[in-house]
Design a protein around this ligand. Sequence first.
Ligand SMILES: NC(=O)c1ccc[n+]([C@@H]2O[C@H](COP(=O)([O-])OP(=O)(O)OC[C@H]3O[C@@H](n4cnc5c(N)ncnc54)[C@H](O)[C@@H]3O)[C@@H](O)[C@H]2O)c1
Length: 335
Amino acid sequence: MLVTGGAGYIGSHTVVTLIEKGYTPIIIDDFRNANQDVIERLSKITGEEIIYFNVACQDSFRLKGVFGQFPIEGVIHFAADKAVGESVEKPLKYFENNFGGLTSILELVQEFEVKNFVFSSSCTVYGDPEVIPVTEESPVSYNSPYGFTKKVCEEMIEQFVASCPIVKATLLRYFNPVGAHESGLIGEEPDGKPNNLLPFITQTAAGVRKELTVFGDDYDTPDGTCIRDYIHVVDLAEAHVAALENAMNSTENLMVFNVGTGKGSSVLEMIKTFEEETGIELPYKIGPRREGDIKEIYANTDKVNQTLNWESRKTINEAIATSWKFEKYIRELRK
Ligand SMILES: NC(=O)c1ccc[n+]([C@@H]2O[C@H](COP(=O)([O-])OP(=O)(O)OC[C@H]3O[C@@H](n4cnc5c(N)ncnc54)[C@H](O)[C@@H]3O)[C@@H](O)[C@H]2O)c1
């Protein structure tokens, strides 16, 4: 299984799950948003030598060599730029990487007749939904260049499989991935200021950040703060293997699934759970709303539960405990 972006946050956890399930992952990553030492840590967790290539998805010439070297049964395409705020400032960077990377990988999928393709999409394609929970049939839109790339990439894949029916594609729309591997050796390590809540919480608790700002407490929600569907990254990793195995036995050549828990948690609930789980009091203040944030979103997971026979099993407490374990580990490592 070729895993683009396999050194990143979700990709690295998926590599572990693939190995546990008996597959041989081949990582393609140019380490633009990952540290090369993750490979060693993946070896430590799995006890296996990790096959990886330090190459960009756009480098078709070198990638052709990789596709030619191994009998590739499936591709999971994680590699992309993903920061919503940055995408507003630098949309062309997002177009070049997210469209360019996908195009070049699909060309090779076609040339080498790879039958199975899984794409990292996002609940961002639902924009600011009027009806929640969102189903796979909910209207799609976007409110940032990043969201635009996810929506267009989904459409690119749809048109591609229509022209190349040998390929079965699965679009996984992730909700908010959180947590880390139970070993605490891999997790989310943002470059600079985190965009996501949990790394911000753990960095604040570790003293890297002075305090946490809650962006608005005047939303129309029970405690006034935004609500998201936080999915444990290890559960999410397992959904990828379930998607690959489902596609191997399916006659459909394009499938779309929400991957979430089906439950919403507010920002203040996350802070409270962190404090309960770790016994650490978090310094936080209420700030103004952040531009682009929507009030509330969580998934209807009926389709993924039934079709992929997959459901989230891990709790938010487990996600918080493992993230905190990883934060402490990575602080020591980077000293
Ligand atoms: N983390 C989230 O909150 C979230 C939510 C929904 C969807 N997603 C999507 O899931 C995917 C993985 O996200 P993540 O959180 O693991 O991000 P990440 O940045 O940790 O991982 C992406 C990896 O891809 C690599 N990469 C990027 N562009 C590349 C290229 N052109 N060639 C080779 N390698 C390249 C990076 O070095 C990194 O290791 C992305 O497509 C992202 O848009 C993430």
